[in-house]
Structures are given as C-alpha cells and as structure tokens.
Ligand binder design. Structure first.
Ligand code: SAM
Length: 340
C-alpha cells in the first residue's frame, strides 16, 4: 500500500473518545502466524526497537492476549508483540504523532488473527480507553521519548544537526512550538527547564545567552538555539561524549510536549487497568523519566497488589548498544499486578 493511501485511510478512521481510531480484524487462517509487514515500503529512516527480547521476556505476551503499545512509534515493538499474541489477540497502539502512527499502520499491515486498534492520542488516555471499552490489559508497554523518524526529519526541529524551524512538537496540531516557549519564558524559567529536564550544568549561562540574543531578534531556528548553547558553554568544559546542545534540546522537547507532566499518576492508573498477572513495562532514556517510573512502581509495590519484576532496571546488552547506539541510555522497569 503506498504511504499516501495509508495516511488517507488513517485520517478517515472513526473518532472515539476524542482520538482517531482505526481498527482492523483479519480472519485467522489457522496457521497462527501473522503475515509479515510490508518490508519493501520506504518510510524514511527506520526506528530500531530497543531491548525487544527483554521487553518480550517481561511482558510474556501469549496467544489471545490484550496488549497495549502506548508509544507505537513506527511499530517495531508492536510487530514483535503481534507475533506473540496471534491467534486471537488484540493489540491497541497509542501514538500522539499522527505522522508516526500512519507509518506504523502501513508497516503493521494486516496481521492474521490479531485485531489491531490504532489510537491517535496521548498514552495517558489508555486507562480511560480500556475502561470505556470494558477491557483490562494483559500487558502495557511504554517506550518513552522520540523515535528515529522524528529526530531525523529535518522539518520537525528535534535535531541540533539540521537547521530547521524550532518546533519540536510531537503533534504539530497542538501546543506551542519551542521557538514560542524560548522567546517568552523568563531567564529563570528557561534555567529551571534546562536543569530539571536535561540535568544541564550550564543552564544559567545558556538561559542568559538566549535572553540576550532574543533582545535583538527572536529565536526561530534550531541553529539559533545551537548557537546560543555553543556561545554559553566554554569549549574546554564541553562533554566529549555528546554534542553540547544534546541536553538543551532534550529539555526543551520534554517541556514543549509536557512529557513528564502527570506521568507518575498516569503510570499508577495504567497499572490499575491491568488484568491480574498483567505487566506494565516502561523503557526510559533519561534520569528525569527513570526517577518518575521508579517512584511510581515503588508506590504500587507498597500497596502489596503489585510486584516489581525488575529489582534493578534492565539495560541493553553491549552488542545491542554497539549495533544501535541510540539504545545506550535505555532502562527497562516492569511491574506485575498480583491481585484484582
Ligand atoms: C521511542 S519511540 C517508540 C518507538 C517504538 N517502540 C517502535 O518500536 O517504533 C517513542 C514514541 O512515543 C511517542 N510518544 C511519546 N510520548 C507519548 C505520549 N504521551 N502519548 C503517545 N505517544 C507518545 C513518540 O511520538 C514516539 O513516536
């Protein structure tokens, strides 16, 4: 199916709960094996799913299960989950970036014997969605952050490597672009954002530079922001391992998309939407995210109705990091529901 058709098909999907939903049920042929996705399709840069084996081990999805992929991205984890839940399973995929969801929809194609529901919404809506459709989930996966397709699309403004409009919204139909945020915030607000969401040691100097530059002209492009960062961090103090603008771009993106807002409460509500023995697994990529996941899971364990199945967070193998350097900061935590 050509990509444009998939996007049209998606856009025409029926609307439920304020989200766009497109659902497919394909007849079970009895083989139990899902048909593969369309490997020849060109979607631009593919996102390599992180820690797939570890995720499958934690979630242990079985045929007939109801599984939610809360961050469907380009559908990499979803494809692996679909293979395990056929025949008779249901995969519900949430993704708030409509461009990514459209790609996932085409890649996933028509898996045999598995019902797939594509939901264009925030994963914080998962508990409400399940409740309204009278279901609980056997497994829920969140693979937080960005996917490669978003980072490498120069038009999106997520990357310090491409000069582009300073946008960074995952859903470009909602919220304020990064340029508006950086041109209106006070120096203290910018500093707090860089420190809280990026652990940026040079937060104050970068905030000061941004405010100084925008006095003469507003920041409009990614390179405007990169220039502020480079001017603020002395050459000798720059980290060798990562680009000096990495932490700034991460924190602005987290702020623009309100990525951590209400995350702890949302994780609690998702855990309550699990079936008994159901598992919630979360992959995080920076300390701010991981801290929230850790606290949320501790609170759940304290109720004695949930148990952690990753006493220490699991991390990718050395060979995975070598093959896919983007996986290097991944941490996987999972919690199982014990009692109703
Ligand atoms: C790391 S990628 C997931 C990649 C995916 N597991 C795969 O294999 O292709 C994270 C995805 O989650 C989406 N996302 C992040 N926060 C979200 C939220 N609150 N609700 C829905 N989607 C979200 C992003 O748009 C991005 O596509």
């Amino acid at each position: 199916m050509p990509r444009s058709e998939a996007i049209v098909g998606f856009a025409q999907g029926s609307s439920h709960f304020g989200a766009m939903l497109f659902s497919r049920q394909v007849a079970d042929t009895g083989s139990g094996a899902p048909r593969s996705a369309n490997p020849g399709e060109d979607f631009g840069p593919a996102h390599e799913p992180v820690m797939v084996e570890e995720v499958l081990e934690a979630l242990s999805p079985s045929p007939g299960a109801v599984v939610v992929d809360g961050t469907m991205g380009q559908g990499g984890h979803s494809l692996a989950l679909i293979e395990r839940i056929a025949p008779g399973g249901t995969l519900i995929g949430f993704e708030w970036d409509p461009a990514m969801l459209a790609i996932a929809q085409v890649r996933i194609g028509d898996p045999r014997g598995v019902k797939v529901e594509f939901v264009s919404d925030d994963f914080r809506e998962i508990p409400r969605y399940l409740f309204r459709t009278g279901r609980t989930a056997d497994a829920i996966l969140l693979d937080l952050g960005l996917n490669t397709g978003q980072v490498l699309d120069p038009k999106r403004g997520f990357s310090f490597a491409h000069d582009a409009p300073l946008d960074m919204r995952m859903d470009r139909g909602r919220g304020e672009p990064a340029s508006a945020v950086l041109n209106r915030m006070s120096p203290v607000q910018i500093e707090d954002m860089l420190r809280d969401y990026g652990d940026e040691k040079w937060a104050r100097a970068i905030a000061k530079k941004i405010v100084e530059v925008r006095k003469s002209r507003p920041l409009t492009t990614t390179f405007d922001l990169v220039e502020c960062v480079l001017a603020a961090i002395p050459k000798g103090a720059r980290e060798k391992r990562i680009h000096p603008a990495t932490r700034t771009f991460q924190s602005v993106r987290v702020y623009v998309n309100r990525e951590l807002q209400g995350l702890e409460e949302a994780l609690g509500a998702m855990a309550e939407a699990l079936s008994p023995q159901g598992v919630l697994a979360v992959i995080s990529y920076h300390s701010g995210e991981d801290r929230i996941v850790k606290h949320a899971f501790r609170s759940l364990e304290a109720t004695e109705r949930f148990e952690s199945i990753t006493r220490k967070p699991r991390t990718p193998s050395a060979s995975e990091v070598e093959r896919n350097p983007r996986s290097r900061s991944a941490k996987l935590r999972a919690v199982r529901r014990l009692l109703p």
